[in-house]
Design a binder for this molecule. Sequence first.
Ligand SMILES: *Cc1c(COP(=O)(O)O)cnc(C)c1O
Length: 387
Amino acid sequence: MSVVQSRRGYFGEFGGSFVPPALQEALDYLEEQFLKYKDDPVFNQEFKFYLKEYVGRENPLTFAARLTERLGGAKIYLKREDLNHTGSHKINNVIGQILLAKRMGAKRVIAETGAGQHGVATATACAMFGMDCTIYMGEEDTRRQALNVFRMELLGAKVVSVSKGQGRLKDAVDEALNDYAQNYEHTFYLLGSAVGPHPYPSIVKHFQSVISEESKRQILEKEGRLPDAVIACVGGGSNAIGAFAHYIDEPSVRLIGVEPEKAATLTKGVPAVIHGFKCLVLLDEEGNPQPTYSIAAGLDYPGIGPEHSYLKVSERAEYYTVTNEEVLEAFQLLSKTEGIIPALESAHTVAYALKLAPTLDRDQIIIVNLSGRGDKDVEQVFHMLNE
Ligand SMILES: *Cc1c(COP(=O)(O)O)cnc(C)c1O
């Protein structure tokens, strides 16, 4: 397979686009359309309209009083992406990309999903906008996540079970890319995280930046100053890049990404090309992407967005791992002290905050990006705690 490398869309040495020519044509067209609409006032008004009326933004920046008291250090604020419709930050990006799809005249949306969360968010917004929706999912994943398959079908999506290869996310990505290369004139490929070939990481960052646009305004209103640190968990990196975006040029704000111990892409990865772009990747001894594992399905990905790869090597952001025990502890502590059950992904963020807050002064401020709510994870945690 010959590969075209575009020079655009690089963050240092990371990013770019390593795809066959037919797909490059589709991506060039997508980039042109994205650049045309991203600063268009009417487009942005429409985006804000749906964020307010459908997603429920702006969501609060909640002061976690009892958790702060308990830890005896920095003040902890929670950015409440868990309160969005469908229960996480994913819907922000989905709404933005569907509006772009509509502007581009697409009648059909395709996406791929591993655990099913991005598939459900996509199917949800497609139902609301009356778009034809096809979700590719590895056969193995459709078995493990049968309830999410049902959710997507309930929302009117067609779920295609991919049995090729190992029947996992990677195989579903390949099928979705094939579909896109063949049908891009009327089909929009809706990518769910800040990964993939250019221009996707920039598109996803653009739409997720609403998180830090709001949190910056909110913290200035509440505290009259910027936070000392912003913390977010990283799977592909979309909630984190959205939570960091408006602070990247504020050197006094520490940007901290948190990874699972067994998917420590940024902590232990090396530069390599996967899924059509260059980033830090966990490789095995033969140079193949390493199987990852996380108790939080949304963090189980061997690569990471190109901009995080760059923020890491340029030392603008810091990335740390937490253990499953620490995550389970954080899951329970936030529930007990604040009455908020976090998603297991977000419990990684909380777990790091539990370590950081006591090392800081009482007048310092941490913003924890609470990427999602934990309803989906309660049964799993029940079983883990009873084993
Ligand atoms: C999908 C998901 C994540 C991980 O994805 P990113 O693209 O890294 O943000 C984190 N938290 C929740 C609640 C998720 O659903």
